[in-house]
Write a protein that binds this ligand. Structure first.
Ligand code: TNX
Length: 538
């Protein structure tokens, strides 16, 4: 079962169900006796294009499909397709109250089919008509993304965890869809404030709904080291023992981290772990005196300043440390990437920074991973195949922008995270409660209304591998805070990563986004009700 993190709205649901004249007795999917199908209300199905991210192509028309108590989820005889089928059943059963058995083979109903398409590894085709909905994809990731689309075509009440009246109609027609970019990320800073495995899973479920496929975890910073490393145990036990504001902090055991990786994988997200270095390392420096140039361990740090710490670039033990950490981390990480940070190394000289990166990037390659670094890495020599994560602003100097653009022309891939567009930790307005404002206020329109393809002058569009929305957590310490900062901005960034540029249109987007509000309410996601978005009346 997917975890459901919300206050049950049982009473409201019971009232709704009663109003629709349905008996709730035996409504639980496990109880066997599914509720009777409600009368077909004169309710229109959600139009096929009212989905976030916008599908690449929509051909609407024909009779809608209606999910009923007799519907089956039919999957190809493969473990992976079955897993997607079970996931869909877990989404649909609580609110429909139907049994929705997952069976193999063809026939009417909801069909998840692996087969040749021209839509790439993550693309899918969705055909809906009187006798069923068929999702066809080359691989399980495509089926999974197709399932997210199907979910959004159903009423928002499908997200409730108690039986709802329906009817469960899917508009007729065909969607053909595939992502614009292969890298569609979200970052969670678990270092400034620690978040438990369950809190991370909750965020993963939210990301999956918008077809995000990378979860970047910022695992270390001045205020905390959040992953157990066997060869340097004090990193986690001491370096992880606090956080911003002085709370108890925490860390992931290797089993915890593997569980996050597994869960992310079950939602078709790849974990991109980050160990930030050579700056942002106070937690490590506090844990091991020998990592400091003067051999003296600083105290733990619980403030929010940046740029004051550095690994000791001239000491050999630094590279033993880096090798051990990267080796252990790479062994836990099935994904392709390993992020080495590299930002705001204000306490490292330029010469030392370059020397450090020259020595550390090959270690990442030695353990079979591809380097990702914050864009300051382009001030050194990015390794072949490395990705630079650009987090500049409109006001970033032309010189710095050109340095990144030149690296892109030389083959360094770009992941775009402009801070004054997609930093989810920026305040929406001066009056919204959480967040920082060093990059300005970022309202919903501003976070959506730009084009990754031609954003950085002088960088070829072909260098852009995708986008990522980072959520730094100096001011963010609970899941409710994550919800509020990510929604409604995150879906916009997800759309920039997925949808073709030709669908980009704020006036159309804001209507699609508004339709997500009731879905978030059903999911228990507390979002910022931006006045820029025409939300349905509460
Ligand atoms: C800049 S962006 C940072 C982080 C802070 C963030 C706060 C980047 C690579 N570094 O250390 O948490 O600003 O918005």
């Amino acid at each position: 079962m997917r975890p459901r993190h919300r206050t049950p709205r049982l009473l409201g649901s019971l009232l709704l169900v009663a109003a629709a004249g349905i008996s709730v007795a035996g409504a639980a999917p496990v109880a066997g006796a599914a509720p009777a199908d409600p009368p077909a209300a004169a309710k229109a199905a959600t139009p096929l294009d009212r989905v976030v991210p916008a599908p690449a192509s929509v051909d609407a028309g024909g009779t809608p499909y209606r999910i009923t108590s007799g519907t089956r989820i039919r999957v190809d005889d493969s473990r992976e397709a079955r897993r997607v089928g079970e996931y869909l059943a877990d989404v649909l059963r609580p609110s429909t109250g139907y049994r929705l058995p997952v069976t193999s083979g063809g026939g009417a109903g909801i069909r998840l089919k692996l087969g040749a398409t021209s839509l790439g590894a993550e693309g899918y085709r969705l055909d809906s008509g009187k006798s069923g909905v068929t999702i066809t994809a080359k691989g399980p990731a495509g089926l999974f993304h197709g399932v997210q689309t199907l979910r959004q075509l159903l009423p928002a009440s499908v997200e409730e965890d108690s039986v709802q009246p329906g009817p469960w109609l899917v508009a007729g027609g065909t969607i053909e869809d595939q992502p614009r970019y292969g890298y569609r990320g979200a970052m969670l800073d678990v270092a400034r404030h620690f978040f438990t495995v369950d809190q991370v899973k909750r965020y993963i479920d939210q990301l999956a709904l918008y077809k995000v496929n990378k979860l970047h975890l910022h695992l270390s910073d001045d205020q905390g080291w959040r992953l157990a490393i066997d060869s340097w145990p004090r990193l986690a036990t001491y370096g992880g023992s606090t956080q911003v504001g002085g709370g108890p902090g925490g860390y992931y055991t290797k089993a915890d981290y593997k569980e996050i990786v597994r869960y992310a994988g079950s939602r078709h997200l790849e974990v991109v772990p980050e160990i930030d270095m050579p700056g942002h390392t106070n937690a490590a420096l506090a844990s091991y005196a020998e990592l400091n140039c003067d051999g003296v361990a600083p105290p733990l740090y619980t403030g929010t300043e940046v740029g004051f710490s550095s690994l000791c670039v001239s000491k050999d033990v630094t590279y033993d440390f880096v090798d051990d950490v990267i080796r252990e981390l790479a062994a836990l990480t099935p994904g392709k990437y390993l992020h080495i940070g590299g930002d705001e190394a204000h306490s490292t000289s330029h010469e030392d920074y370059v020397a450090f990166m020259d020595r550390v990037q090959p270690v990442v390659a030695k353990y079979g991973k591809t380097v990702v670094g914050w864009h300051q890495l382009t001030g050194a020599t990015p390794a072949k195949g490395a990705l630079a994560q650009y987090w500049g602003l409109d006001s970033t100097s032309a010189e710095e922008k050109e340095r990144v653009a030149a690296a892109a022309r030389n083959g360094t891939g770009l992941v775009l995270s402009p801070a004054d567009r997609v930093y989810l930790d920026m305040k929406y307005t001066k009056d919204t409660p959480l967040g920082l404002d060093w990059a300005g206020y970022v309202e919903v329109r501003r976070s959506y209304d730009w084009d990754p393809g031609n954003y950085l002058a002088g960088a070829p569009g072909s260098a852009v591998q995708g986008v990522e929305a980072p959520l730094w957590t100096e001011t963010v310490s609970t899941s409710a805070h994550i919800d509020y900062m990510a929604f409604p901005r995150l879906p916009g960034v997800a759309e920039l990563g997925w949808s073709p540029a030709s669908t980009h249109d704020w006036d159309a987007y804001k209507v699609r986004l508004a339709a997500q509000g009731p879905r978030w309410e059903a999911l228990g996601i507390g979002y910022y009700r931006s006045p820029q978005v025409p939300w349905p009346a509460e």
